[in-house]
Design a protein around this ligand. Structure first.
Ligand SMILES: NC(=O)c1ccc[n+]([C@@H]2O[C@H](COP(=O)([O-])OP(=O)(O)OC[C@H]3O[C@@H](n4cnc5c(N)ncnc54)[C@H](O)[C@@H]3O)[C@@H](O)[C@H]2O)c1
Length: 256
């Protein structure tokens, strides 16, 4: 498809399913040398072949590393697994969840569980990657998965939007902290993307048809379209881009 990620070693968390799976496969299609697939399970939620098999069929090296992103030690071990290929160039902290219980009365335990995956996860992943990138002295690109729900709020996603808004500011703050070491940090903010998460999240699933109708492009996004945006941010094509939240939403947040 292209060679914009040629010679790059890419790590993607939450890469067994949905958007993460598409980011990992697209990275291989854009020429990545190796793609490390991190998730709590190897089985795609939507079924089909595990992501590593798809990537190897494209021609890149691939590894699956069982990872719970809410655990700092798992993130450290994940990044260490990239040493086999010379270390990580592009760290994509994509794993995230929604809650069945979200809203103004979100229960405390669910709220903390969501924050541990959606907010602690990206921080621990970015910290582990940055440490290795600095040690290797070659800089890199860190991409954090936010959401349009982290830019505009919604009553049905109080906890989710809180976490994703945090991710947007985390990207800006880390961009400042890590820029002097040649490490760029950006967020990607997808709109309504056709994945199992969208189809199975109560509230969000019902709202998605209204979002589709209001989206200037009048359709849901495909996971691969987020994959291409991440490939751009991971590649040298975006060498002077840092600290942004790139909306991939078909124009939805541009209109009233
Ligand atoms: N689908 C959308 O419309 C949409 C929109 C905006 C943002 N997002 C964000 O995109 C990311 C991916 O969402 P998706 O739609 O592909 O969801 P998905 O449910 O299809 O895939 C999420 C993957 O993350 C994994 N995961 C969950 N908890 C984990 C943990 N603790 N450690 C490691 N992996 C874990 C799951 O096993 C799954 O494979 C999420 O951060 C989500 O918030 C999705």
């Amino acid at each position: 498809m292209s060679d914009i990620l040629k010679n790059k070693v890419v790590i993607v968390t939450g890469a067994s399913s949905g958007i993460g799976r598409a980011i990992a496969i697209r990275a291989a299609e854009h020429g990545a040398k190796a793609v490390i697939v991190a998730d709590i399970t190897e089985a795609p939620r939507e079924g089909g072949r595990p992501t590593v098999e798809e990537i190897e069929a494209i021609g890149s090296a691939a590894r699956f590393v069982k990872t719970d992103v809410s655990k700092r030690a798992d993130n450290d071990a994940l990044v260490e697994a990239s040493a086999e290929f010379g270390g990580v160039d592009v760290m994509v902290a994509n794993a995230g969840i929604t809650l069945r219980t979200d809203g103004a009365d979100v229960p405390e335990d669910d709220y903390h569980r969501l924050l541990s995956i959606n907010l602690d996860g990206p921080l621990f992943g970015a910290q582990a990657a940055a440490r290795q990138m600095k040690a290797n002295g070659k800089g890199g690109s860190i991409v954090l998965m936010a959401s349009m729900g982290g830019i505009s709020g919604a009553g049905i996603t109080v906890a989710y939007s809180t976490s994703k808004g945090g991710v947007v500011l985390m990207a800006k703050s880390l961009a400042d902290a890590l820029g002097p070491d040649g490490i760029r940090v950006n967020a990607v903010a997808p709109g309504t993307i056709d994945t199992e998460l969208l189809r199975t999240s109560p509230g969000i699933a019902e709202a998605s048809e209204g979002f589709r109708k209001r989206t200037p492009l009048r359709r849901l996004g495909q996971p691969s379209e987020v994959g291409d945006a991440v490939a751009y941010l991971g590649s040298d094509l975006s060498s002077y881009v840092s600290g942004i939240a790139l909306l991939v939403d078909g124009g939805l947040l541009a209109v009233l």
